[in-house]
Design a protein around this ligand. Structure first.
Ligand code: MUC
Ligand code: MG
Length: 367
């Protein structure tokens, strides 16, 4: 059926626990709720998180790009015209989270139209994903305590620790404290958000040798082309590309140039349609994928879960789904749940979520 409206609604929900990392920090979810409405009165939802330090988008730029460029390009096309929509959106460069939210809201509307969950439409591989939690900058004892609470209360046993500070020993001490607290069984890996040089990263990997990391992510800038290649060549665990692989073409370039050996998939930046392309491309290239977290809100988390559970390759590793826990509230009628370290897919049509109108009225910032 025909798309009659695409709406971009800014809202703001504070984080009860802010997240700090090498490229920035976040203390409020100033996201954009995106609604795609059809002539049948079906409304699909998704959300776009502004990450200026990663993609150059702000809440205002996301709203403006949707209102002025993307909504006029999409209205009048049918929900089944996903390739046409993609071509029209791609006429504008950049703006990955704005485009992705439109794509995912369309999939939600498609699922509602066919009374089928999106994870089934996308591939239907698994009923749930193991959860990995992202730990931001804090003193070692505090980070270790946060990990213990997640493990003891929710059964989470996989943790990504933010690194990339100077001096390097600040982050080494955190990683050692988390390993000491959790014991040898837990999965621990690190994400530098480009904070170190390649040489500093190599030094950090030597200092962290005893911690037992399962992989490392974007420790230095991918634009440091030769030194990054030098670092990845000596790395003994998978080196994950995250912010350097915002498009399928980036994936090919980074993997073939030796700048990474694994790929983070974030539905916030590649939606469902391009996340499918990225996961299939990675499979063809023979590299592993992980479901990353764009510091997603609740709706974004459900999108990551629906996509991650839909594919075999994205179900293999614990997925970064839990940072919504640090938000003070949400827009949904039902809270999300993590139990036994796992998040189960939602059974309802589309994404399986409903927006609470009272909460949206309370948190939207455009009225
Ligand atoms: C991550 O994996 O890097 C921090 C910056 C960003 O773009 O995403 C987050 C998490
Ligand atoms: Mg990352």
């Amino acid at each position: 059926s025909k798309i009659v409206a695409v709406r971009a609604i800014p809202y703001a929900i504070p984080y009860s626990k802010p997240l700090h990392f090498a490229s920035g920090s976040i203390d409020v979810a100033d996201n954009v709720l995106v609604e795609v409405e059809t002539e049948d009165g079906i409304v699909g939802f998704a959300e776009a998180p502004p990450r200026p330090y990663t993609y150059g988008e702000t809440q205002e730029s996301i709203v403006a790009a949707i209102d002025r460029l993307f909504a006029p390009a999409v209205v009048g096309l049918a929900l089944s015209d996903r390739e046409k929509v993609r071509v029209r959106l791609e006429r504008t460069v950049g703006n990955p989270t704005a485009k992705s939210a439109i794509d995912m809201a369309m999939w939600d509307a498609i699922g509602k139209t066919f009374n089928t969950p999106v994870h089934k439409l996308l591939g239907g591989h698994a009923d749930g994903l193991r959860v990995s939690h992202m730990l931001g900058f804090d003193p070692p004892a505090s980070v270790a305590e946060q990990a213990l609470v997640l493990r003891d209360e929710l059964g989470v046993t996989s943790f990504k620790i933010k690194v990339g500070r100077r001096p390097i020993r600040l982050d080494v001490a955190v990683c050692q404290a988390v390993r000491d607290a959790l014991g040898p069984e837990a999965e621990i890996y690190i994400d530098g958000n480009r904070g170190w040089s390649a040489a500093e990263s190599a030094e950090a990997l030597r200092m962290l040798a005893d911690v037992g990391l399962s992989r490392v992510e974007e420790l230095c800038p991918a634009d440091d082309i030769l030194s990054r290649r030098w670092l990845v060549a000596q790395c003994t665990v998978p080196f994950v590309a995250d912010e350097s692989v915002a498009t399928p073409a980036n994936v090919t370039r980074e993997i073939l140039s030796g700048a990474a050996t694994a790929i983070s998939i974030k539905t916030a930046r590649t939606g469902f349609s391009d996340s499918l392309r990225v996961s299939h491309l990675a499979e063809g290239l023979g590299v592993e994928v992980v479901i990353g977290n764009q510091i997603d809100g609740h709706i974004g988390t459900i999108c990551s879960l629906a996509f991650g559970a839909s594919q075999a390759s994205t179900s293999r590793h614990a997925a970064e789904l839990s940072n919504y826990l640090d938000m003070a509230d949400h827009l949904l009628t039902e809270p999300l749940r993590i139990a036994d370290g796992e998040m189960r897919v939602l059974p309802g049509a589309g994404l399986g979520i409903e927006i609470d109108p009272e909460k949206l009225a309370r948190y939207r910032t455009d009225n």
